[in-house]
Ligand binder design. Structure first.
Ligand SMILES: [Zn+2]
Length: 249
């Protein structure tokens, strides 16, 4: 298991909670001794336009630093996806996040839809046809759904159960009925009991990672990867990411 990371992800490009000073560093300090880091390249505009209109891309370009970092985040997701399908599960420790980015607009601290771009690229290259995207962020990934809503080969699932065990069980139940060439996780950590959602414990992220691993080994030759979405309490974020990555390993 490797972590896709770029030092530029530490740059503060906005005043929103996802872009806050120290957020990436708080995760890195908890996982960098345990997992090898891999450096990604920025995505190309051709990659971005697998999921977004050129009108949207031009809009983001108006803020050059945000644009560069959003390309680098999408590139990080692409790198994690490429590793994930070649038998080396990976986690994209990337920012800005992506699941609220739709073809033509974005909100919620997102600019380009990292996970959607990475899946679309795997499909364009003929590496996979079908995919499951599991989104464990507190918030519904409206961007991901709007990008893939009409594509039956891509199944997007955002568990809504408000209990702890119920949430984990609903993931198992859902995956029990799926088949796919790859599974990607939009891994937000804002459901944690000490984050905005007040719901999950750290060990639940370990369990979810294990469930995804078992699904991938049973159904899609172990092809799996995750990318960071939300998660805002720097005091607990690192150990939650570590638990998830350990489960996925
Ligand atoms: Zn969120």
């Amino acid at each position: 298991m490797k972590i896709v990371y770029h030092p530029r992800y530490e740059e503060v490009y906005a005043s929103d909670p996802a872009a806050k000073t120290g957020r990436m560093e708080s995760i890195l300090k908890d996982i960098s001794s345990q997992f090898e880091l891999v450096t990604p390249e920025p995505a190309s505009t051709t990659d971005i336009e697998l999921a977004h209109s050129n009108w949207h891309t031009a809009n983001i370009q108006r803020s050059p630093e945000t644009y560069e970092l959003a390309l680098l985040a999408a590139g990080g997701a692409i790198k994690a996806a490429e590793m994930g399908v070649s038998g080396e599960p990976a986690f994209g420790l990337i920012r800005p996040p992506g699941h609220h980015a739709s073809p033509d607009h974005c909100w919620g601290f997102c600019f380009f839809n990292n996970v959607a771009i990475s899946i679309a690229k795997l499909r364009q290259e003929g590496i996979v046809n079908t995919a499951v995207i599991l989104d464990i962020d507190l918030h519904f990934g409206d961007g991901t759904e709007s990008i893939f809503g009409n594509i039956p080969e891509i199944i997007y699932f955002h568990p809504e159960d408000r209990g702890r065990q119920g949430f984990v069980d609903s993931i198992s139940r859902f995956l029990g009925n799926q088949s796919a060439d790859v599974i990607a996780v939009s891994a937000g950590f804002d459901r944690h009991e000490e984050d905005w959602g007040g719901q999950l414990k750290t060990e639940d992220y370990l369990t979810i990672g294990q469930i995804v691993k078992e699904f991938s080994e049973k159904v899609c030759q172990g092809r799996r990867y995750g990318v960071l979405e939300g998660g805002y309490n720097h005091a607990v974020l690192g150990r939650n990411v570590r638990a998830f990555v350990e489960g996925l390993s």
